[in-house]
Ligand binder design. Structure first.
Ligand SMILES: [Zn+2]
Length: 302
């Protein structure tokens, strides 16, 4: 079990909702696809390599930290007794190559070199760790997880792990038998407490309540083609089923995610769900799961 689990970032959830209920531009759609693909790669890495780690090691997923006014992000950090290992997971697809120390896609266009990003990140992280009293070694790797990734002309000394090496990476990590102590757990807790939740790198498009499409859609595939039968909603696209209560609660969660400042009232939820459910049904769900403040039409739920 990871010491800090990996959760789907809010920016992906927001973009998914906007993609279904709004109009993402082609550029925003590509950004959304890129974010999703990156996250899927990280989840795949977890499944193959760190879940669960059968040795003494604290797995901290998805850290966004700041040192000397510079942000840096680490997909996976593992604290062992005498080493901290960092992994930057990439879900690239296609063919790439190195030439004279630069990183190119096969069509000859230069791309941001993951190793340069990694080096920059390690430099900041090392300074932060030393400031916290850590004196061990730090090892960092770029990990490619996509089986359709190929890299040519790469010196074998580069700290890169390929898809064919993931199983042996898992075995190597699990060989680490040195016992951790409270100091390591305190270091892990400290790093997690320094994690920045709202990433300055996340680019959310502008949106507003009125212009987004209303109505219940499928919680799995986002389709708005839904059939209601005996208080169960069934998606006509993927077959996913959900109770009315669960659909209303999910709708409330969507409003809270997209509009954190908005007060949750019966009318707001009624409108968001497209007027499909009576206000009486919505009020009952709100009363059951939230605390009411105020009365009558000024009543809102927290
Ligand atoms: Zn569906």
């Amino acid at each position: 079990m990871a010491y800090k689990p990996r959760l789907e970032p809010d920016i992906i959830k927001i973009l998914r909702l906007l993609n279904a209920r709004g109009n993402l531009t082609e550029q925003e759609k590509r950004y959304f696809e890129g974010k999703k693909k990156g996250f899927e790669g990280e989840v795949f890495f977890d499944q193959v390599v760190t879940e669960p780690l059968e040795c003494e090691g604290l797995v901290i997923n998805d850290l966004l930290l700041k040192f000397n006014n510079t942000y840096f992000q680490i997909d996976t950090t593992i604290i062992f007794k005498d080493t901290i290992k960092l992994f930057d997971v990439k879900n690239f697809q296609g063919e790439y190559y190195y030439e004279e120390g630069r990183f190119y896609a096969i069509n000859g266009s230069e791309r941001d070199d993951p190793l340069v990003q990694l080096e920059r990140c390690v430099s900041h992280f090392r300074q932060l760790l030393y400031s916290l009293g850590y004196k061990g070694t730090i090892e960092a790797y770029v990990v490619h997880v996509n089986p359709e990734f190929t890299l040519f002309q790469v010196p074998r000394t580069y700290p890169i792990i390929f898809p064919s090496q993931l199983n042996s990476l898992r075995k190597k990590l699990n060989n680490n038998q040195l016992k951790l102590n409270d100091w390591h757990r305190r270091l892990a807790d400290k790093l997690i407490s320094l994690h920045i939740v709202e990433s300055p790198y996340d680019l959310s498009p502008a949106y507003d309540f009125d212009s987004l499409r209303k109505g219940n859609n499928c919680g799995r595939c986002q389709s708005f083609s839904i059939t209601l039968n005996d208080r169960i909603l069934t998606c006509n696209n993927c077959g996913h089923q959900e109770t009315v209560e669960s659909a209303i609660l999910r709708g409330i969660g969507e409003i809270k995610l997209l509009f954190p400042e908005m007060k949750i009232t019966v009318n707001v939820v009624y409108e968001w769900c497209g007027g499909v459910w009576s206000k009486w049904v919505i009020r009952n769900v709100l009363k059951k799961h939230f605390k009411a403040t105020g009365y009558g039409k000024w009543c809102f739920y927290e």
